[in-house]
Ligand binder design. Structure first.
Ligand code: AMP
Ligand code: ZN
Length: 487
């Protein structure tokens, strides 16, 4: 397995710290509003990485934080007249509902960071003890960037020109403003009721500091609590390499003196007409917006089309979003559904001239699976993995039409669909059941029509066909007999 590591800017062979368990962390949402689909593209990327690793046989454990205290959550909860807890819980719920819709599996641990204050305080205290952090006049504690020799390596910063004792207390800032960053933010009036009184020991004296954590320490503490000093993979969108991930490295390694994450993976953005989708650019859509726009489409089909639109590009590149793409994906997935239904019908129709699984068939399937795995092992090459999948759909359609397979082989083909889908998540097997739920009275009419046809009573057969059609069912005549389909 090979992957591109942001830290080295190289494609590297993936060697987990321990073979048994791969520790994977990704930064979670700041729950101050609904997620837009740009945010969700990044979660689909994380989901594909995790599912690919599992599919390739790794035992993966995942942790994600929920940022439920920061400038934005405080600002917007106050504007809404709600407590921070009420407000962030509401948007956490919306977020978890949205990711479920597009088949993203929740992390094993989803951790709201307000539950991690003791862990954060402990880490900050260690940094104070080691002189990697200092208390400033304003009652905030800052990380001393100059004290950490490796600062800037992950983000490939040139630190030579950095001035001494320049500080930032914003959580987000540009590379040009690299400076000592805040670990514990002293209380300001605008924070209202949202603060903690925590005791720190500074130069041998205990001080109680009224304030709240900075954003970066949240992820360091979350990792420390759930994984310990080291993890295998840390990932998220490319915009977080600096300052957030760089600062996570500094904090954790200052405390542990061990390499924090072995591999760093970063995904590109979702763009609209080449411009990053963002709330500030007002070019964003939420899942609810798309549900409304496509209210005439089955929602689960729409969700799969949304998911697919994020996957058809190299994860590290930008992917452009458009309604045309969503519609093209809906068409593509309709064809996939048709293939799955045809296969299911053919299995249910039973009697075939051949039985068992032939050696050629077995060999062919092994080649398909190993080609697919090779694409995933190639730095999660989704466009090529999806191309393998479409090749498989074509293979199934061609040969099913020719009635080449035994029932056992057809069942193996259905298993192959499931195999592809453990990572891709774009096939919905529920459609098979829906397709098979034909009411008894409709089946009765079909039987009467088939009997009339067999007796060459074409007038009755046509009348019964019309009666079925009036009830929304179409008769499909195939070589293996006739069946009805809901129109
Ligand atoms: P925001 O809601 O803008 O604070 O974004 C939160 C996170 O979502 C960012 O750190 C990004 O990594 C990710 N994100 C935001 N916009 C996009 C986008 N257009 N494409 C991909 N990821 C995005
Ligand atoms: Zn983080």
């Amino acid at each position: 397995m090979e992957l591109f590591n942001t830290k080295t800017r190289k494609v590297e062979e993936f060697k987990p710290l321990k073979q048994q368990e791969v520790k994977v962390y990704y930064c979670g949402p700041t729950v101050y509003n609904f997620a837009h689909i740009g945010n969700l593209r990044t979660y689909v990327f994380c989901d594909l990485v995790v599912k690919s690793l599992k599919f390739l046989g790794y035992n993966v454990k995942t942790v994600m934080n929920i940022t439920d205290v920061d400038d934005k959550t405080i600002r917007d909860s106050q504007a809404a007249g709600e407590t921070l807890k009420e407000y962030t819980e509401k948007y956490t719920k919306h977020f978890l509902e949205d990711i479920e819709k597009i088949w993203i599996t929740q992390a094993d641990e989803v951790v709201p960071v307000t539950g991690l204050i003791p862990e954060m305080v402990r880490m900050i205290q260690t940094m104070l003890n080691r002189k990697n952090a200092y208390l400033a006049e304003d009652g905030s504690i800052y990380f001393d960037v100059k004290s950490f020799k490796k600062y800037g390596r992950l983000a490939h910063l040139d630190m030579k020109g950095m001035k001494e004792s320049v500080r930032v207390d914003n959580d987000e800032y540009e590379k040009d403003n690299a400076a000592d960053f805040v670990l514990w933010k002293s209380w300001k009036e605008s924070d209202g009721e949202n603060f903690w009184n925590e005791t720190f020991t500074v130069n041998g004296e205990e001080v109680v500091l009224k304030g709240r954590p900075g954003w970066h320490i949240e992820c360091s503490a979350c990792n420390m609590k759930h994984f310990g000093a080291q993890i295998d993979i840390h990932m998220w969108g490319c915009d977080l390499v600096f300052p957030h991930h760089q600062n996570e490295v500094a904090q954790t390694e200052a405390c542990t003196r061990k390499e924090f994450a072995k591999y760093w993976l970063h995904s590109g953005h979702l763009t609209v007409d080449g411009k990053k989708m963002a709330k500030s650019a007002n070019n964003f859509y939420t899942i609810a917006d798309l549900e409304k726009k496509y209210s005439n489409i089955e929602q689960e089909l729409l969700f799969r089309a949304i998911r697919l639109s994020f996957m058809n590009g190299k994860y590290s590149d930008s992917v452009d979003f458009s309604f045309d793409k969503i519609e093209a994906n809906i068409n593509t997935l309709n064809k996939v559904d048709e293939s799955v239904k045809n296969l299911s019908r053919s299995i249910n129709n039973g009697a075939k001239s051949v039985s068992g699984i032939s050696r050629d068939f077995r060999n062919e399937m092994q080649v398909v699976v190993s080609e697919y795995m090779a694409r995933l092992e190639d730095d999660f090459n989704m466009p090529e993995a999806i191309a393998e999948f479409h090749g498989f759909v074509k293979f199934v359609n061609t040969w099913i039409a020719d009635k080449t397979f035994s029932v056992e082989e057809e069942m193996a083909l259905m298993d192959m669909y499931e195999t592809f889908n453990t990572v891709l998540g774009i096939v919905n097997f529920d459609i098979i059941e829906a397709d098979e739920e034909i009411p008894a009275d409709i089946l009765e009419l079909l039987e009467q029509r088939n009997a009339a046809k067999a007796e060459k009573d074409f007038d009755t057969a046509d009348t019964l066909r019309d009666a079925l059609s009036a009830q929304g069912y179409k008769i499909v005549d195939s070589r293996d007999g006739s069946y009805v389909e809901k129109v």
